[in-house]
Design a protein around this ligand. Structure first.
Ligand SMILES: Nc1ncnc2c1ncn2[C@@H]1O[C@H](COP(=O)(O)OP(=O)(O)OP(=O)(O)O)[C@@H](O)[C@H]1O
Ligand SMILES: [Mg+2]
Length: 322
């Protein structure tokens, strides 16, 4: 891609001296176009933080080509550092200082000079709606406010490329929504964002394209819609009146038994279907013939969770946002 902000080709990384161990990155490939948001979605231990640390020049890859903003992360690490911002999985704020002081400090650490650091701090407080609380010490902030201040700090130097490592993990739904709004506002300004997450909904909401990562490799990528379409179209959901009939109803669906998921609490069966209308008509008829009463029957697109489960074949799934 000519206009790529991030290029990763065959990146490998194994921790420790014993390089025969299990790799954290095992030939990972990824390309991110300028001015887009790219989601890296994967479960615990998939290699997301390792990837971000390599992109941010904090860790060297063992092999592979990795370029950020047109520069090689190993040979031109300094040039890369001038062009990036990083929001780590764990925050680096001073608890006793106010939000404004934290931002000014960051600005001075990045050699902005007192006056520019102050102006930039004010600008960012405003942008993330933190002006009113700028003087309060950070220890008095809510989780969402902290994360927004983190985000502001990572933008002090007006980076071309911003890395966000699980920006909303541990936040309540309100804090998560606040951070999502902030990330969206960034992209309007032309910043390229690579964001890692374990939350399907987060990738679905924010990312233009998504790479599904498992055990150090990309197992699928595309837009959320492409990923959903890739595993074979639609699903049929059937809610029964009587949970006792779930077993009998499974046998009536037009797919192999192990493709049907059963949720007893919700009296729900779900199965992939190929021919939508034929499947719908067939299921309605079969249930009727068997005297099984359905409360609801619907066709829908698969969720990213189902995509992930289908592609990895293991149950160590990414999470639904709370
Ligand atoms: N400093 C380290 N030393 C040794 N092994 C490590 C180190 N950091 C990560 N690993 C291992 O590398 C693999 C990938 O870890 P990584 O932290 O990149 O995953 P992750 O996708 O960020 O997970 P999480 O969602 O839990 O943050 C894991 O098996 C992990 O145990
Ligand atoms: Mg991580």
């Amino acid at each position: 891609m000519a206009d790529a902000a991030i290029i990763v080709e065959g990146a490998r990384k194994t921790y420790g001296n014993d390089k025969r161990g299990k790799p954290a990155l095992d030939g990972l490939d990824l390309t991110v176009a300028r001015g887009t948001v790219h989601g890296v979605l994967g479960p615990n231990g998939a290699g997301k933080t390792t990837l971000v640390r390599i992109l941010a020049t904090l860790l060297r890859p063992d092999a592979g080509r990795v370029e950020v903003a047109g520069h090689d992360v190993v040979r031109e690490a300094y040039a890369v550092r001038l062009r990036i911002g990083l929001l780590g999985q764990h925050a680096a704020l001073d608890e006793e200082l106010g939000g404004r002081q934290n931002l000014e400090l960051f600005g001075r650490l990045h050699h902005l000079g007192t006056r520019r650091a102050r102006a930039r701090a004010d600008e960012l407080l405003e942008r993330f709606e933190l002006t009113a609380t700028g003087r309060k010490p950070v220890r008095a902030y809510s989780g969402g406010m902290r994360r927004r201040l983190d985000l502001a700090a990572s933008l002090i130097t007006e980076p071309e490329v911003l890395f966000l490592d699980e920006p909303t993990t541990g936040l309540d739904p309100r804090g998560r929504a606040e951070v999502w709004a902030s990330v969206r506002s960034l992209v309007g300004g032309g910043t390229t964002v690579l964001l890692t997450t374990q939350y399907l909904e987060e990738a679905d909401q924010l990312a233009d394209r998504i790479s599904l990562v498992d055990t150090g490799r990309v197992i699928a990528d595309g837009t959320a819609d492409e990923l959903k379409a890739a595993i074979g179209g639609d699903r049929i959901d059937v809610v029964l009146r009587d949970a006792g009939q779930l077993g009998a109803a499974v046998a009536l669906l037009p797919v192999a038994k192990d493709e049907v998921t059963v949720d007893t609490d919700r009296r729900l069966l779900s199965a992939p279907v190929t021919d939508r209308m034929a499947a719908l008509a067939g299921v309605v008829r079969a249930l009727e013939d068997a005297g099984i009463e359905a409360e609801d029957i619907a066709l829908r697109r698969p969720t990213l969770d189902e995509v992930f489960l289908r592609l990895t074949g293991h149950d160590d799934r990414v999470k639904e946002a709370a």
